[in-house]
Ligand binder design. Structure first.
Ligand code: ADP
Length: 257
């Protein structure tokens, strides 16, 4: 399998003395769904921002398709936790999903891709609504559809389901798994939720507290077709989540600033 993303001793220090991530090195293969789990404040967003080219790391490098990331790469999309700030309230759902494709592909293709992505996330009927007419979970589906319509090589997800209720969260997790199975998009998802990381991932990278370091890189040896009830009850799931919890328990809680 080919390598999509490579981090080479990536470090970032804020304000000269606050180390957020330290010497992070790992790779993500094409088609993989890798989860990063770590305590809040440990440096997960810093890491994703460096990968997305939104932050210049103090040291080390990020390579996408073997090329160093210096600005925001063209073939990358990010889904953030806060859907209420990521959608344009004055645009319809359809236009929000089309927005990143403006100037990149022709009008008809843009519309087709947006329609297809909205159908994928179960929102075909909401294309002409505005974001504020939708529930939080539906708005997050729109944000996901927008990222999918863009057809990135790498999809980064920063705590994407942390702001929705538990039931919606399960639905969105399953939606993500379905899309991953259908499209094979390479995904890197960060979360502070241990169970979510094991449920979704082909692999779980466990990060220590601030500065974030890789404590463990665990293969999730569960059947790819997952189910919110039977998977979570299964012995390998329970064993793996306990292993991650034990690793994280050994981690000091970062001091809040
Ligand atoms: P996480 O996403 O895991 O919650 P972050 O990457 O947001 O963690 O933050 C890691 C650490 O870096 C925290 O201690 C946070 O306070 C600090 N930090 C984040 N952004 C900044 C910034 N722009 N300036 C200074 N410190 C920051």
């Amino acid at each position: 399998m080919s390598t999509m993303l490579e981090l080479a001793r990536l470090s970032h220090v804020y304000g000269g003395d606050h180390a957020a991530i330290a010497e992070l090195s790992f790779t993500v293969d094409t088609g993989e769904l890798a989860c990063i789990v770590g305590p809040s404040g440990c440096g997960k967003s810093t890491l994703l921002r460096a990968i997305a080219g939104l932050l210049a790391p103090t040291n080390g490098s990020v390579f996408l398709h073997g090329r160093p990331v210096r600005g925001v790469p063209d073939d990358l999309a990010v889904v953030f936790q806060d859907y209420s700030r990521s959608l344009f309230p004055w645009l319809t759902v359809q236009s929000n999903v089309e927005f990143p494709l403006r100037g990149r592909v022709g009008r008809t293709e843009r519309q087709d891709r947006a329609r297809f992505a909205l159908a994928q996330v179960g929102l075909a009927g909401a294309a002409h609504k505005h974001p504020q007419q939708l529930s939080g979970g539906m708005q997050q589906r729109v944000a996901l559809a927008r990222a999918l319509a863009y057809r990135p090589s790498l999809l980064l997800l920063d705590e994407p389901f942390a702001s929705v209720d538990a039931q919606t969260r399960f639905e969105l997790e399953d939606l993500l798994l379905r899309v991953h199975a259908e499209q094979g998009t390479t995904m890197l998802l960060v979360t502070h939720d241990i169970d979510e990381s094991v449920y979704l991932g082909d692999r779980v990278l466990v990060l220590s507290g601030s500065p974030a370091r890789v404590l463990a890189d665990l293969t999730v040896d569960l059947p790819r077709t997952r189910d919110q009830i039977t998977t979570r009850e299964s012995e390998p799931f329970v064993e793996l989540r306990s292993e991650v919890a034990r690793l994280l328990r050994g981690t000091p809680i970062p001091v809040a600033f």
